[in-house]
Design a protein around this ligand. Structure first.
Ligand SMILES: NC(=O)c1ccc[n+]([C@@H]2O[C@H](COP(=O)([O-])OP(=O)(O)OC[C@H]3O[C@@H](n4cnc5c(N)ncnc54)[C@H](O)[C@@H]3O)[C@@H](O)[C@H]2O)c1
Ligand SMILES: [Zn+2]
Ligand SMILES: [Zn+2]
Length: 370
């Protein structure tokens, strides 16, 4: 069949919205008509080359839609089912999946090539070339074919333009606070960078019972929005946050620091560690350029104060458990998804969405299809 998708042919060029050829789903695969896709900063890393995935590639990894057709062997999904895509597939059988760490499923090793899990080939083609899929999904498309390992079935009554956010930003941010940082009641938490990920780190910290939540972002609009997602204090930079946290905690500093800047930077890690208390934990959720190999860290600080630095992928959550769980919190009024969507776009205006992201005008931009 023919469909329309946003393709990146070369780094540092705009997304090219064009007609593509889509093959039917093979064994273990699912054809989905997408309803909406969030615009996450990770797709921007494809454009800049910070994430060196194989090109050409269809962007997008934060999508939700309706199943149209299933390939042989897919017994648990049928046409009409609503699904959110997990940006890491989960096979359910590898050591990570079977020990409750689906975010680290061994199938994640295939992400860089972007080809189908089943046989390493592509169902998506344009201009006589095979197209890879961002996170094996390619949600910047009206239709896609993905492996069943990437699908999470959800209830039919959840609006898909909100549910899509659970595929990446919401669980990643919320879990960075709740799981990776392990925020405890009474903690002081700093969140550095208030985009789609940081806003949800604020929400997670609040629900986990943090006493003080300091939102740090150079953009005034982000600091204003941060207060709606649970921040109790704001600062324009880590340098400005330092005296603020020092005063508020009588010098003890932040129990948890969650790094969710647009582009991670090793140069600022020492500043983040300076915000952390004794035994404080810095969670590195933001993606650093693949070639960055050094960080500015006081290692003495680590030893003498037992500070910790931990990485977090998908908020250290389990897509199959956490996506339905967080949708339940949304239903219950304990998680704000509506306020995350600042602006909506069509597939044709995907580049406008990324301009708005670069300019700091969105918490999350979402493309609505049809
Ligand atoms: N680990 C994971 O599983 C995972 C998943 C999704 C996204 N990410 C990464 O998380 C990061 C955030 O993604 P996003 O979609 O929220 O990005 P975004 O662009 O929407 O938001 C980033 C925010 O960081 C702010 N910022 C930039 N420099 C800053 C600085 N020096 N100090 C404080 N704030 C600063 C920006 O003003 C912006 O508000 C990206 O690197 C993204 O690739 C990681
Ligand atoms: Zn993402
Ligand atoms: Zn697995």
């Amino acid at each position: 069949m023919k469909t329309k998708a946003a393709v990146l042919w070369e780094t540092n060029t705009p997304w090219s919205v064009e007609e593509i050829e889509l093959d039917p789903p093979g064994p273990g695969e699912v054809l989905v008509k997408l309803a909406a896709s969030g615009l996450c900063h990770s797709d921007e890393h494809l454009v800049t080359g910070d994430l060196p995935f194989a090109l050409p590639i269809i962007g997008g990894h934060e999508g939700a839609g309706v199943v149209q057709e299933v390939g042989t062997g897919v017994s648990w999904l049928q046409p009409g089912d609503h699904v959110v895509f997990g940006f890491i597939p989960s096979c359910g059988r590898c050591p990570s999946c079977s020990t409750g760490h689906q975010n680290l499923c061994d199938l994640g090793a295939l992400l860089g090539l972007g080809m189908q899990i089943a046989d390493g080939t592509s169902r998506h083609h344009a201009q006589d070339k095979d197209l890879g899929l961002m996170c094996l999904l390619g949600t910047f498309s009206h239709h896609t074919v993905v492996n069943e390992a990437s699908c999470i079935k959800i209830d039919d009554d959840v609006p898909l333009d909100r549910a899509c956010l659970l595929g990446c930003g919401v669980v990643t941010g919320w879990g960075s606070s709740v799981y990776a940082a392990d925020v405890q009641p009474g903690d002081t938490v700093a969140v550095v960078g208030i985009g789609g990920i940081g806003a949800n780190a604020l929400q997670g910290a609040k629900l986990a019972g943090a006493k003080r939540i300091v939102a740090i972002d150079p953009v005034e609009f982000k600091r204003e929005k941060a207060m709606e997602f649970g921040a109790t204090h704001t600062a324009a930079s880590m340098a400005d946050a330092l005296p603020l946290i020092e005063e508020a905690t009588l010098g003890r500093m932040a129990d948890k620091v969650v790094m969710t800047m647009g582009v991670g930077s090793g140069a600022v890690l020492a500043e983040a560690l300076a915000l952390a208390a004794k035994r404080g934990r810095v969670v590195v959720t933001n993606i650093h350029p693949a070639l960055e190999m050094s960080a500015n860290v006081s290692l003495l600080d680590l030893t003498l104060m037992e500070k910790q630095v931990v990485g977090s992928l998908f908020g250290s959550g389990n897509p199959r458990a956490d996506i339905p769980k967080l949708l339940g919190l949304y239903r219950n009024g304990q998680l704000d998804l509506d306020g995350l969507v600042t602006r909506t776009y069509e597939l044709d205006t995907v580049n406008d969405g990324y301009d708005d992201m670069r300019e700091g005008r969105n918490i999350r931009g979402v493309m609505i299809y049809e």
